[in-house]
Design a protein around this ligand. Structure first.
Ligand code: BMA
Length: 318
């Protein structure tokens, strides 16, 4: 390393960050963070935001914008509330959604964390308008979170990326289902590293997988435990297109981490936690929406081509 050495910047923070805060909400909200994202047919950017109230419990609320940056129209009331009467697993709220458009259904699948008495598990709901939702209930029992569906079947089965917590740590798994309700064929697809690594002990999917000609690109978060608390940062991995449970490449360094003041300070400092992205008309620009310090919502943009190029040059084949 010489004095001119510097790391590449793959994601650029938007100058108007944070782009959404609780103070903009049309009803009382403590914090807004960890949003799922989708680009609707008319080009509107929809964010399904996690909103925490002053009981400490979360629900989901949709915000829509023509340019994905400002001019947000926020639902006047919670869009998807926990429904513990019918779904007891939602007793302590619903959190961290991820949206996948599934052409076969002609609908969006929203995977989210349901916070039950038994811990956090993965729930799934289907919608075509983000106004009414058909719940599938809990599809992965606690402790499990950080889940997203793939947009199409793999060898005849739907595929779900998720992150169960086990005695050996928190690693990323893929499971398969014929009907979105019964799940099996579980495969460990990305393991947390050990020791001093930035992604030691705990990794999880961040936004849903990104389909590229070279494979499924995964942006994942790694959690480093330090004397000063946890650090949430992002890394890259690539999985085979026809075998998405097979990891082709994994980057060594993190590519994005908490640096800006709004990521460093908040309810949970040192957290940059994306749950969604949109892709620009050129098919390359990626708009990454993330929760900053569990307090507000921020945007960073990058190029899928550059992410893949970086991964080619900065990974050990897995
Ligand atoms: C993770 C998730 C996220 C949260 C992060 C930092 O385990 O629960 O919702 O943003 O911790 O607090």
């Amino acid at each position: 390393m010489n004095g001119s050495f510097s790391y590449e910047t793959l994601f650029h923070r938007h100058p108007s960050n944070p782009i959404l805060r609780a103070s903009q909400w049309p009803y009382p909200a403590h914090t807004v963070f960890n949003p799922a994202a989708a680009r609707l047919v008319d080009g509107t950017t929809l964010l399904l935001c996690r909103v925490e109230d002053r009981r400490g419990l979360s629900h989901l609320c949709a915000a829509r914008s023509a340019n994905g940056i400002d001019g947000w129209t926020i639902d006047k009331e919670p869009t998807l509330r926990p429904d513990p009467e019918h779904y007891p697993e939602e007793l302590w709220g619903i959190e961290d959604p991820r949206i996948t458009f599934v052409p076969e259904l002609g609908k969006y699948a929203v995977a989210y964390t349901a916070f039950s008495k038994g811990g956090p598990g993965v729930a799934l709901a289907i919608t075509d308008d983000f106004r009414t939702f058909e719940r599938c209930g809990l599809i992965m029992q606690p402790d499990d979170k950080d889940a997203a569906l793939l947009p199409r079947r793999v060898d005849g089965s739907f595929a779900l990326v998720h992150r169960p917590m086990t005695d050996s740590g928190a690693h990323v798994w893929m499971s398969f289902s014929p009907d979105l309700r019964n799940w099996g064929g579980h495969k460990l697809i990305l393991q947390a590293r050990k020791g001093g690594w930035w992604d030691a002990n705990k990794v999880g999917l961040s936004p849903p997988l990104i389909e590229t000609p070279g494979g499924w690109l995964m942006i994942y978060h790694g959690v480093k435990h330090t004397a000063g608390g946890c650090l949430y940062r992002l890394g890259l991995a690539l999985f085979a297109l026809d075998k998405p449970d097979h990891c082709l490449l994994r980057g060594d360094s993190w590519i994005f981490g908490p640096e800006a003041e709004y990521e460093r300070e908040g309810d949970v400092g040192n957290v940059a936690f994306p749950c969604g992205y949109t892709i620009g008309d050129d098919g390359d620009r990626i708009n990454l929406y993330y929760g900053a310090a569990d307090t507000s919502i921020a945007l960073a943009t990058g190029s899928i081509r550059e992410l893949l190029h970086w991964l080619d040059r900065n990974s050990a084949a897995s």
